[in-house]
Ligand binder design. Structure first.
Ligand code: FAD
Length: 468
């Protein structure tokens, strides 16, 4: 029987990063993945393919809506070759997943294809697709089995017309009317892809605003911009039924007053969140406890109730984000090595890759108010920046929240061009406990979108932005 220092179950960003760090630390490491390709949700049916389609559709949108103004005339009709768009997306996925295989080989990590299931706390059976199996021994196990799309109890996902994000990434046609159930990150990103490609897109959201966990000012601005682009929103609406109607779908929802709306579309995308995935893992055979919500229960060291078994990523509590899973993967590897790693969950940024992009880190205004923290706020709109006007990307703003007394930055919320990248400055500043004045006194290259961060910091410090 093969024996390993560490066995990682699941090869998503949590699992594969953890395996690499374990190997770097000198552990004899194996990784088990049930699918033939490595990389998990993120690389195969999540972050990467969605960004590939967002990018392609963005190019199309620019070509049809902005090229003229830039002085670029294209003779003839600009058309979408959707089959090619999907094929390019798959090419990007293939490139990325083969990159993970390369990294496993480079780090001498044993890759085992099959479903990993516990026989007991130190033995994991790997069952291949053809039914054959082998059992391996593990001193330590890291559960990184991720998540799957969740649904509502009365919705039957048929994967044809009533679909999840997985199917939405490989449709054969552009929907005529895509009805999206859930106005969170995944629904909005995929909604914008199809909106740009010509679909009518309607979003039904139970809460009174889209991206409801982010700062309310971001929801408001994103709603405004997406409405301008043609997306329709039904917030404060509870979906009552989602039915097939021949080749079409019918979605019924009820508002707070009890009035019902009916949306007739040809596709319904159910994006109401994701659930932790532990099917087939046989966690009980190892004595590992799950929570009521189906997550693997862990302590602050990401250790389960069995001391040699850890769990990371979407399958444990906290934000379901690839970079959170990666940080946890490194954290656990270093913990097993006897080091004392640290993660500040307050400083894990959240990003929506629509255009304009939305990005945030730290506390929202709503959270600060609820906690009774005295804070000051400084904002700066992108439309006042030379860089934004040069590119005609003038939507959005940067908002910095700082402690009223100490000036320490408590939260940074931004919506606009390239904010997914700009948020890294805010994370760095907050990691080093910067004050708003610290940021405002740093030189920011001109002309860049990053100047909006400096200006917002000036506004938060002393209400003294220079260009407004
Ligand atoms: P996963 O990536 O889910 O990987 C788990 C792996 O474990 C899977 O490959 C699975 O097959 C395998 N597995 C499960 N059980 C077993 C078993 N018993 N034996 C063997 N293998 C098993 N996050 C971001 O940060 N940025 C984004 O832009 C972003 N975009 C997204 C877009 C979409 C459409 C979706 C769906 C998600 C997106 N996410 C994004 C979320 C991100 O994909 C997840 O947070 C991330 O993949 C979680 O990583 P993980 O390692 O915990 O699990």
């Amino acid at each position: 029987m093969s024996s390993f220092d560490v066995v990682v179950i699941g090869s998503g960003p949590g699992g594969y990063v953890s395996a690499i760090r374990c190997a770097q630390l000198g552990f004899n490491t194996a990784i088990i993945e049930k699918y033939p390709t490595l990389g998990g949700t993120c690389l195969n049916v999540g972050c990467i393919p969605s960004k590939a389609l967002l990018d392609s559709s963005h190019h199309y949108h620019d070509a049809t809506s902005h090229f003229k103004e830039h002085g670029i005339d294209i003779a003839g009709e600009i058309k979408v070759n959707f089959e090619q768009m999907i094929a390019r997306k798959q090419g990007v996925v293939d490139q990325n997943v083969s990159g993970i295989k390369y990294l496993m080989d480079k780090n001498k990590i044993t890759v085992l294809e099959g479903v990993g299931s516990f026989e007991d706390a130190t033995h994991v059976k790997v069952t291949k697709n053809d039914g054959s199996s082998e059992t391996i021994e593990a001193k330590n196990v890291i559960i990184a089995t991720g998540s799957k799309p969740s649904s509502l109890p009365f919705i039957k996902i048929d994967k044809e017309k009533i679909i999840t994000s997985t199917e939405a990434l490989k449709l054969k046609e552009v929907p005529k009317h895509l009805v999206i159930i859930g106005g969170g990150v995944i629904g909005l990103e995929l909604g914008q892809v199809y909106l740009r490609l010509g679909a009518q897109v309607s979003v039904v959201e139970y809460m009174d605003r889209i991206i409801p966990t982010m700062d309310a000012s971001l929801s408001k601005e994103l709603t405004k911009v997406l409405k301008k682009q043609g997306m329709k929103f039904y917030t404060s609406h509870k979906v009552k039924s989602v039915e097939r109607n021949g080749a079409d779908v019918k979605v019924e929802a009820e508002n707070k007053k009890g009035e019902t709306i009916t949306l007739d579309g040809d596709y319904a995308l159910v994006s109401v969140g994701r659930r932790p995935f532990t099917d087939g893992l046989n966690a009980d055979k190892a004595g590992v406890k799950l929570t009521d919500r189906g997550q693997v229960e862990v302590n602050e060291h990401l250790q389960t109730n069995v001391s040699t078994i850890y769990a990371i990523g979407d399958v444990v509590r906290g934000a379901m984000l690839a970079h959170k899973a990666e940080e946890e993967g490194v954290f656990v590897a270093e913990t097993i090595a006897g080091q004392k790693p640290h993660i500040d969950y307050n400083l894990v940024p959240g990003v929506v890759y629509t255009w304009p992009e939305v990005a945030a880190v730290g506390k929202t205004e709503e959270q600060l108010k609820e906690a009774g923290v005295q804070y000051k706020s400084g904002s700066f709109p992108f439309k006042a920046l030379g860089r934004s006007r040069a590119s005609m990307d003038t939507d959005g703003f940067v908002k910095i929240l700082a402690d009223a007394k100490t000036d320490e930055v408590l939260g940074v919320h931004m919506i606009g061009a390239r904010t997914a990248d700009l948020i890294a400055e805010a994370v760095t500043a907050m990691e080093f406990k910067a004050s708003a004045e610290d940021i405002s006194r740093m030189s920011h290259a001109h002309p860049t979108y990053a100047e909006a961060v400096k200006e917002a910091a000036l506004a938060a410090t002393d209400n003294r932005p220079l260009h407004m």
